[in-house]
Ligand binder design. Structure first.
Ligand code: ZN
Length: 245
């Protein structure tokens, strides 16, 4: 399984990098995980969007879905080049947002629920609801042919309930939107919490993503390292970074 980071900022695009969007590929199957602002332009450098086989959305906040509409137009305008509509998986609990995933002759929405396990192409997805202002789902993605595991926390406050799907990941990717001095109500993890979460779940590698547009990412990484311990390789999300599991 190959993971390519297309965009990694939380909230809004900045410094020529978009918001949450990741390409996951295995054995010719191309899956877009979240489709934030700038996703279409970044994807263009790696893959013809018409070659996507599926899209999976963690939740319906704009920084994770901003480019869904234009992806749908791409498939609609070029419908003579594709055999069937593009499948877009999203939480079914928000019926109004879910209904928008279906666009005539272009895309079809497929709903998922909390704790559901679904096979999508060569992957098995397990979904678990996080702590966030809208229904949001972390996911454990297993490449069935190899048993390799990629865990994505999606957006969440620190929540050890997510340990249930986060153990022993080859790559764990966490929402690390805050520095360790963040106080008050938090809907995302801090650097220190991401490191701790990776250590508790015995991750091999930890990617920090959903990064803030302000402040030093190197500092964020140093803070995460302190709580993760020395056994875990910590990687800052970077545009077009490719990692193989
Ligand atoms: Zn969010």
């Amino acid at each position: 399984m190959k993971l390519t980071i297309l965009g990694f900022y939380g909230g809004y695009p900045a410094h020529t990098v978009g918001t949450s969007s990741y390409l996951i590929q295995s054995n010719g199957f191309n899956l877009l995980l979240d489709c934030g602002s700038g996703a279409m332009l970044s994807l263009e450098h790696k893959l013809d969007p018409l070659k996507l086989d599926a899209v999976v959305l963690s939740h319906y906040h704009q920084d994770h879905i901003a480019d869904i509409g234009v992806l749908q137009y791409n498939w609609q305008i070029n419908d003579d080049q594709v055999k069937q509509p593009l499948s877009i998986y999203g939480p079914s609990i928000d019926q109004e947002a879910f209904a928008k995933l279906t666009w005539a002759n272009a895309t079809i929405g497929i709903g998922y629920k909390n704790k559901e396990v679904i096979d999508i192409g060569p992957f098995t997805f397990e979904f678990l609801e996080t702590i966030h202002p809208v229904p949001t789902y972390a996911m454990r993605i297993t490449e069935r042919a190899t048993g390799k595991v990629f865990v994505f926390t999606a957006d969440t406050a620190y929540d050890e309930k997510l340990n249930a799907i986060s153990q022993n990941a080859d790559i764990l990717m966490t929402d690390t939107n805050f520095f360790d001095d963040k106080i008050g109500e938090k809907w995302h993890m801090t650097s220190t919490e991401s490191g701790k979460f990776a250590r508790l779940n015995n991750a091999k590698r930890l990617i920090l993503t959903h990064l803030p547009a302000n402040g030093s990412h190197e500092l964020l990484k140093e803070q995460a390292k302190l709580s993760a311990g020395s056994n875990i390789d910590i990687i800052l999300a970077k545009k077009y970074l490719e990692l193989t599991l």
